[in-house]
Design a binder for this molecule. Structure first.
Ligand SMILES: Nc1ncnc2c1ncn2[C@@H]1O[C@H](COP(=O)(O)OP(=O)(O)OP(=O)(O)O)[C@@H](O)[C@H]1O
Ligand SMILES: [Mg+2]
Length: 363
């Protein structure tokens, strides 16, 4: 059962087409992330769902109702904004109670709900204080509390972690997963951060320039990106995308320093003429120094830069004029220094090929 159905959503701001025909279906109780770079249209999409922007075309349905022209109030949708605005002159308690007072709940019920939400979000100790006296993370939890206190079934979250520091971001990611489990709400969560999307979402829709270009589980997007944009967006460090051409009668992918054949793309490549320009994709985690007896493609590269990250090290390698990255566990990386030659190998099963003309994955 779907809880939110967006069909053909178009939104223009003058000459800017912020949404260019967005189709999206979010299941009841699902944690769905909209992942896209700045300017992709995430906020516009969420604001349209909330009723804060009027669409130029398309429809929005939720819980079996057509909401396209419904007023903001009464949609039964909660929203947490990129900048979480709390009322500075009200205490935390009154910030939380505000939406319920607006909805004219009786005072005893309001007190009970404020207590429940404060306990759920662990902000009970802050209820008498004003927002300015809280830490960033506490303020964020109050903003979450205010969005969920009305118990809407659908919660929209627009980059809610952007203004938090790294540690708080991590803790709050965990918190959102717990809240999602405990409240059984449908969550539509917009973020430009692929790590947030991969760690929290049950499914992700990738938004690019006002269009959804791929929808799938985190695993789908990581293992089978539909195009080079998604391939580069999902996973860190990002997938190496090396310029290549189709060679050997349409059977092999020719890199400047290596010919590769027999990958998961081999059959599909047969449809393209020799000389077709391609991107050859391999993730930094899928490259490793070879040992002598190892099967699979291999080549020699030179260490250009090392970037120790603690448990792993990112090695920047060059071969000819091509630069790419390899990730190694720290204990394997320590033996390599800038200028060293490394024998590098990989499994063809882990490689991706994209058309350079359209960006589309070939498989
Ligand atoms: N009120 C507006 N007037 C004019 N243009 C707008 C308006 N709101 C959004 N836009 C434009 O629409 C496009 C999408 O903007 P939107 O805010 O939805 O992007 P976003 O994905 O949320 O980006 P970010 O990650 O930076 O928040 C951008 O080009 C933006 O400049
Ligand atoms: Mg935004």
């Amino acid at each position: 059962m779907s809880d939110l159905l967006v069909s053909g959503a178009v939104k223009r701001f003058g000459d800017v087409e912020a949404l260019r025909g967005v189709d999206l279906e979010v299941g009841a109780g699902e944690f769905f992330c909209v992942l896209g770079p700045s300017g992709a249209g995430k906020t516009t999409l969420l604001r349209a769902v909330a009723g804060l922007e009027r669409l130029d075309a398309g429809t929005i349905r939720s819980g079996g109702r057509d909401l396209t022209h419904a007023p903001v109030q009464g949609r039964g949708i909660g929203m947490i904004f990129q900048t979480f605005a709390l009322y500075p002159h009200l205490t935390v308690h009154d910030n939380l109670a505000y939406p319920l007072r607006e909805a004219r709940l009786d005072p005893a019920q309001i007190e009970r709900r404020v207590g429940e939400v404060a306990e759920l979000l662990r902000i009970g100790h802050t209820l008498r204080r004003r927002p300015a006296t809280l830490s960033g993370g506490e303020q964020q939890r109050v903003a979450i509390g205010r969005a969920i206190i009305r118990r809407s079934k659908l919660l929209l979250l627009d980059e809610p972690l952007t203004n938090l520091d790294a540690k708080l971001r991590h803790d709050t990611r965990v918190e959102f997963k717990r809240l999602h489990r405990e409240l059984r709400m449908t969550m539509l969560y917009a973020t430009p951060d692929q790590l947030e999307a991969l760690t929290m979402a049950e499914r992700i829709g990738v938004l690019r320039e006002g269009r959804i270009v791929q929808v799938g589980t985190p695993r789908d997007l990581y293992q089978a990106p539909g195009d080079s944009f998604v391939a580069a967006l999902v996973g860190a460090p990002r997938m190496n995308l090396l310029p290549a051409v189709l060679a050997n009668g349409g059977r092999a992918v020719a890199l400047p320093f290596l010919e590769v054949d027999g990958g998961p793309w081999a059959t599909a490549l047969g449809r393209f003429p020799a000389g077709t320009e391609l991107w050859f994709g391999i993730r930094p985690h899928d490259l490793a120094p070879t040992v002598d007896a190892q099967a699979g493609p291999r080549f020699r590269a030179t260490v250009h830069l090392t970037e120790p990250l603690g448990d792993v090290t990112v090695l920047d390698l060059t071969v000819g004029g091509t630069v790419f990255k390899m990730v190694l566990p720290e204990e394997r990386a320590v033996r390599y220094r800038v200028g060293d030659e490394v024998p590098v190998g990989f499994a063809v099963a882990n490689t991706h090929v994209f058309s350079r003309q359209t960006g589309t994955a070939i498989r």
